[in-house]
Every structure is written in structure tokens, then in C-alpha cells.
Design a protein around this ligand. Sequence first.
Ligand code: ADP
Ligand code: ADP
Length: 223
Amino acid sequence: STVISVRDLKRSYQLGEQEFQALRGVSFDIQQGEFTAIVGPSGSGKSTLMNILGLLDSASSGQYLLDGQDVTGLGETERARVRNQKVGFVFQAFFLLPRLTVLENLEVPLIYAKAPPAQRRKRATELLERVGLADKAQHRPTQLSGGQKQRVAIARALITRPSLLLADEPTGALDTRTGEEIMGLFHELHHEGATVILITHEPDIAAHASRTLRVRDGLLEEV
Ligand code: ADP
Ligand code: ADP
């Protein structure tokens, strides 16, 4: 089924008196289970597109359907609700909570989702095993390597079973070998059925995806 359907999406920013069009009319579909890289040089509009796809921002015009639901015109509150249900985020900077254990970090999205504690603990334990860090459950994030931190962040992103995993430069803070390992994990998740969108400016990283969309000056082309 179609997870993302975007039609003639535009986003402009007001810069003083001027209006700047960061996205100038972008259209594409992403099917469930696809692993898509979005590439393009700095300033091309990748962050703008990712912020809209991740329901962190809305388009100026055009249409965005997520799981068949028209999310184009949602207000901030409703957008946040859909975002928490449907999108898992992975960022370059991990954003783990330093005072919580690894296991507690995984449980955070389920606390927001009001899942019962026993269910939270069970699901967090399963996902920690899935990313190969069962033995780190009681550690603090500061005790982990960069690659381990990113595995925790990926597990946390998946914990609510999102429709979409959105990874923004997930290897940007990692050395090459660790970055390759993290891409290996995304590859496995893709084979297990996850829908993954990877935003990167690194061609070697984008090469791990099965499909590449390139943003250039606010327009999108299939590569
Ligand atoms: P990257 O190239 O690493 O994706 P950028 O440095 O282009 O990131 O942008 C980082 C963040 O700052 C984005 O969320 C973007 O929306 C915002 N941003 C980028 N350019 C501007 C600008 N000229 N004015 C205000 N915010 C901006
Ligand atoms: P990328 O992620 O590919 O680096 P961005 O989406 O961050 O690109 O930015 C695309 C263009 O939009 C850039 O020219 C950037 O300066 C501009 N831009 C991004 N965010 C803002 C903003 N909040 N206000 C004004 N201009 C912005």
C-alpha cells in the first residue's frame, strides 16, 4: 500500500519583504516497505521536505497524504498527534535523554502513547534485543559508543510501530565503519518490512537505499 503520496508540494519562507520558495512543486509516492534515500546538496531543500514529511512543518500548498489520510492542512495539535503515531525519527545527534537508562529511553514514546508499564517494558526489551544491545539495558547513554547510541535511537524510533522511519543524516556523527554498520541495520529493517526514508548528502550512504530521489533547487527528480 501507499504510505506517502505527495502532489505539487510547495514551501516558501518569508525573508523580510521577499518570499523564497524552498520547495517549488514536488510530487512522488512511497510504497510500504520501500527504502528511499533523499539526496541533494546543502540548501537544496532536503530539510524542508523532511520537516513536512515528518509532520514537523506544513507545506504552503499542494497535497500530502500519509497512510491515505490527508494531513496537508492539519493544525499543530492534530499534526503532533499524527506525528507521534506514525513517524519515527532518527537524527545525526541521537537525542537520547542522558539521565535515563537505555531501556527507559526506549520507553519514552510509549509513555506519551499512554501504553501500560508492563507492555512498555516488554516492547522496549524486545527492541533492545533486536538492535543487539540487550546487555546495555541498565546503562546510561554516556556509557555507549556512537554506534550503540544510534542503535538505541533507532530502537526508540521503532517502538510505536510507526508507518514511516525518517532518518536525517543518521551516520553524520559516526566514523565510516560504524556508519556502514548502522546502514546495515537499516537494510535489515527494510527487509523486515519497515518503510525507511534516509536523508543524506553522502552518496556512499545513499547507495544503501533501494531508491534515490534527488532534491535540487527545490525540485525533485528520481535518480
Ligand atoms: P542541512 O544542510 O544540514 O540539512 P541547514 O543548515 O540547511 O541543514 O538547516 C538546518 C535547519 O535550519 C533546518 O531546519 C532549516 O529549516 C533551518 N534553516 C536553514 N536555512 C535557514 C535560513 N536561511 N533561515 C532560517 N532557518 C534556516
Ligand atoms: P537542505 O536541507 O537541503 O540543506 P533546507 O531545506 O534547509 O535545505 O533549505 C532550503 C533553502 O531554504 C535554503 O536556501 C535555506 O536557506 C532556505 N530555508 C530553509 N529554512 C528556512 C527558514 N526557516 N527561513 C528562511 N529560509 C529557509
